[in-house]
Design a protein around this ligand. Structure first.
Ligand code: MG
Length: 367
């Protein structure tokens, strides 16, 4: 089987809440997502989606996905999409860096492998390790009272895990953590994700102020070294996200005992092939994960579900149903949240069918 062409579409994903705000005044109102189709000479087409969280979150941005596909796409024509190791080594050889550009090609080829073998992707990633994937809800940065009210509402929808967007004014962030934890039950999970927004001094103050609060601290500062400094001063469980972008970063962080949990975003690390390796290293080293992506719609949500379903429950700290945050449905067959959980489809591949009428004309065609 050979890759014969790649098409990609731009699609806007407006938010139900209107705006998603995080550290340092960053926000997005309409996500710019890219849906990718990898076509083959066997008549099988694989699909994937890549949606950076704006341009200020990681070294990634929406136009970069499509520019990168125009650069990389012609260089994978003729490869066998089922040879995922070979495909990934080739992509790394012909385009240095840019893992988020490679991710949708890799993921679409997993979709092809599943369709070619008649198996759902989670079977190919290790098999069903859990059927119900616990989800967290991200709580956009607002006043402490507004964030507590949002949590109360999402709790009524079945979520029991919440990720607070902090990384703002330190005193307000302390209030955000106290006021939201106060409305939760003992078994509920609260993560305070600063998204690199605190200095070490701010993080040290906040960690001390919430030392006796049942909260996880995620990615307090910009650099790995700053986060490690804070990690060594806090008793709270500690999550790293933005600074863990590849296997080397994960290995170093494990050797340094730099975190208790990592946030594994599939496009951040280059796709399912690399995310699976990092997932397996995390399981082998006893490191739970939040399994998710930078953002997206139905196809990203399906991809998350397959990796999470093949991950043992005790190592799957949480996952995300991004398709419930937006107002636009871009594919049939995607996971639908029930009482704070989702699962991955048993249909071959990712189990999704894009709504081509929603996607419209392709933004790019490579043959
Ligand atoms: Mg995070």
């Amino acid at each position: 089987m050979k890759i014969t062409g790649i098409k990609y579409w731009q699609v806007d994903l407006p938010l139900r809440e209107g705006r998603y705000s995080w550290s340092n005044g960053n926000f997005v109102e309409v996500f710019d997502s890219t849906v990718v189709a990898v076509e083959t000479d066997a008549g099988i087409t694989g699909y994937a989606e890549c949606c950076p969280l704006g341009s200020a979150y990681l070294p990634a941005y929406a136009l970069g996905v499509r520019s990168g596909l125009a650069e990389l796409g012609p260089k994978v024509i003729g490869l066998d999409p089922r040879d995922l190791g070979t495909l990934n080594r080739h992509m790394d050889a012909v385009l240095r860096g840019h893992p988020y550009v490679k991710a949708p090609i890799d993921i679409a080829c997993w979709d092809i492998l599943g369709k070619a073998t008649g198996l759902p992707v989670y079977k190919l990633l290790g098999g069903a390790a859990q059927d119900k994937i616990a989800l967290y809800r991200a709580i956009s940065q607002e006043s402490p009272q507004a964030m507590a009210a949002k949590i109360a509402g999402y709790r009524r929808e079945g979520y029991t895990k919440f990720q607070l967007k902090v990384g703002g004014n330190a005193d307000t962030d302390i209030l955000r953590i106290h006021e939201t934890r106060a409305i939760l039950d003992a078994g509920d999970i609260l993560v305070a994700d600063a998204n690199t927004g605190w200095t070490r001094a701010e993080a040290a103050r906040i960690a001390a102020a919430v030392a006796n609060v049942d909260v996880y601290i995620e990615q307090p500062c910009m650099t790995y070294e700053e986060c490690l400094s804070v990690r060594r001063r806090t008793v709270r469980p500690f999550v790293l996200d933005e600074v863990i972008g590849d296997i080397g970063g994960l290995m170093k962080a494990l050797a340094d005992d730099a975190m208790d949990i990592i946030n594994l975003k599939i496009s951040k690390v280059g796709g399912l092939t690399k995310a699976r390796l990092m997932r397996d290293i995390c399981v082998a080293s006893g490191t739970p994960m939040t399994i998710e992506d930078t953002w997206g719609g139905d196809i990203v949500t399906a991809t998350i579900a397959h990796l999470a379903r093949s991950t043992p429950e005790e190592f799957c700290f949480s996952a995300t149903d991004f398709n419930s945050y937006g107002t636009v449905t871009i594919a049939a067959g995607a996971p639908q949240r029930v009482d704070g959980f989702m699962t991955a489809s048993d249909a071959p591949g990712l189990g999704i069918t894009p709504h081509l009428e929603v996607l419209g004309q392709p933004a790019g065609v490579i043959q």
